[in-house]
Design a protein around this ligand. Structure first.
Ligand code: HEC
Length: 469
């Protein structure tokens, strides 16, 4: 008798548990819900692309919009690397430095939550848990926030089927009446191909494969050093806070090398360049440099998986601020090693999908500090087999070339060359920021072990010494 009452009681509790949403019982539960767990992830890592008028195919702003995509969201986020992985951020998490600016990647816990949410029928959850909607400054969704200056390049037109085009675009005046220093910039393609039928891949949405940008002052002299190269799917550039780039009064922006690629739709397109400025009166302490190296020796038989390396010896101590792997359709991964004597450290590895040519800017206290004579080594991994869907015809041999179906292996990094004094200061600063004891080292900082920096002569083969600014 007694036990049957207990059973009946349990039954009542169970029924109530099923009938009512878990949150209405008055407390948080372990159930993964949209409002509590998924919305914050989408806001941080997805919505700047997945919203109306941005680049992704569907909006993920609301529960109603995200719900039908729950399975696809689980599938794409669980890929973690390579072609199709969402969000498009390809730094490998199990090796190398992990602290980057604007890192939109997901943690393993977040990927697991998304999986659980999709498997449990993608429940909405308690409306009260929903974080306030993320405010986007306007419909054009700049990652750098509302730019202080937006320039638009001359327009181009591409036929649906057309040979690739290489050439220059006419310069655009900045209209600046005073010198300004750029803190961050972003280039995006605006075009009318969005709603036309045709390919829905990232490449199908754009016609600018790349555009090299340069800036000239009113006297025609280059201004601000080397500027980032626009590439399809590339994210914004946030420069070292001490190394703002100069845009002089009366300067013009030009595009000396533009590569257009037909996307199967008649497309009218232009580039918009958004600049965020430092306040008036800002003065840079250091100047950043484009550090680009690679190899032309690329020889990939049809159906082969191949790796190839390229090297550079640092002529001066370097603070490496940006890691940017550049490959083409066959490229699937790049690793960057720093070799100091017999010590080899992998600074980073990133998978690669030629739909997304990503740039990765290190957090200020994580940027590698590399002594003079360090050998930088990149290793590219190429997949010329049918498993790599970016390759049009894997039966073909493939080698160096400008087209996406040809190959490149380049690291287009940015960094700051330092004098020995500046290097010692930076290493000292890093040691105190990270609270390092004597003998203790830090990722990407081989000399952080020493409280007194050993001096090192310029090694043979290092090329001409670069004059630190
Ligand atoms: C930098 C822009 C960008 C970000 C950030 C981004 N996406 Fe995407 N997403 C795209 C684009 C463009 C496509 C279409 C190309 C493709 O299918 O890969 C896409 C495709 C998808 C698809 C496949 C849609 C289909 O048609 O099957 C899913 C699912 C998806 N994204 C989910 C996400 C989620 C979840 C996040 C955040 C964790 C995210 N994305 C972050 C741009 C982005």
């Amino acid at each position: 008798m007694r036990s049957s009452i207990v059973i009946a009681g349990t039954a009542v509790v169970l029924a109530a548990g099923i009938a009512l949403p878990a949150w209405s019982a008055g407390g948080q539960t372990d159930e993964v819900t949209f409002t509590k767990d998924i919305a914050p992830i989408l806001q941080r890592s997805c919505q700047h692309c997945h919203r109306p008028d941005s680049i992704a195919p569907m909006s993920l702003l609301t529960y109603e919009e995200a719900r039908p995509w729950a399975r696809a969201i689980k599938q794409r986020t669980s890929l973690r690397r390579g072609r199709g992985a969402m969000p498009p951020w390809f730094i490998e998490k199990d090796i190398g430095i992990q602290r980057f600016k604007d890192d939109i990647s997901l943690t393993e816990a977040e990927i697991a939550k998304i999986g659980k949410w999709a498997d449990n029928g993608a429940p909405r959850g308690n409306p009260a848990d929903l974080p306030p909607a993320k405010v986007f400054s306007d419909n054009s969704a700049w990652q750098i926030g509302t730019p202080d200056l937006i320039l638009t390049s001359p327009a181009v037109q591409m036929k649906p089927i057309n040979p690739d085009y290489w050439g220059a675009l006419a310069p655009v005046p900045t209209g600046l009446t005073e010198d300004r220093y750029v803190a961050a910039m972003e280039i995006k393609e605006v075009n009318d191909s969005r709603n036309k039928p045709g390919r829905e891949t990232v490449g199908g949405r754009f016609v600018f494969h790349h555009a090299v940008m340069s800036v000239n002052g009113p006297d025609g002299r280059p201004s601000g050093g080397a500027w980032p190269v626009h590439e399809v799917g590339r994210n914004a550039d946030v420069f070292d806070t001490q190394a703002g780039k100069l845009l002089r009064a009366g300067s013009t922006v030009s595009f000396p090398s533009v590569h257009l690629h037909a996307n199967g739709k008649e497309t009218n397109a232009a580039l918009q360049i958004g600049f965020k400025f430092h306040p008036v009166g800002y003065k840079p302490q250091i100047q950043s440099t484009l550090i680009s190296f690679g190899t032309d020796d690329l020889d990939f038989p049809g159906g082969a998986r191949v790796s190839q390396s390229a090297y550079m010896v640092l002529p001066q101590p370097l603070k490496l601020t940006v890691f940017e792997p550049h490959m083409h359709a066959t490229g699937v991964r790049m690793c960057l090693d720093a070799i100091n004597g017999s010590q080899v450290e992998t600074l980073n590895c990133a998978s690669y999908d030629h739909s997304w040519v990503k740039t990765y800017a290190y957090e200020e206290d994580a940027a590698p500090l590399l002594p003079r004579g360090t050998i930088l080594k990149i290793t590219g991994y190429f997949d010329n087999t049918p498993a790599n869907k970016n390759v049009v015809d894997p039966r073909n041999w493939s080698g160096l070339g400008h087209r996406s179906i040809d190959n490149m292996l380049i690291m287009i990094a940015q960094g700051v060359y330092l004098t020995d004094e500046q290097f010692a200061q930076e290493v000292g600063k890093r040691r105190s920021e990270l609270n390092l004891a004597e003998g203790q080292t830090a990722p990407g900082c081989p000399f952080c072990t020493f409280s007194k920096i050993p001096s090192r002569p310029t090694p043979p083969g290092a090329g001409p010494a670069v004059r630190p600014q």
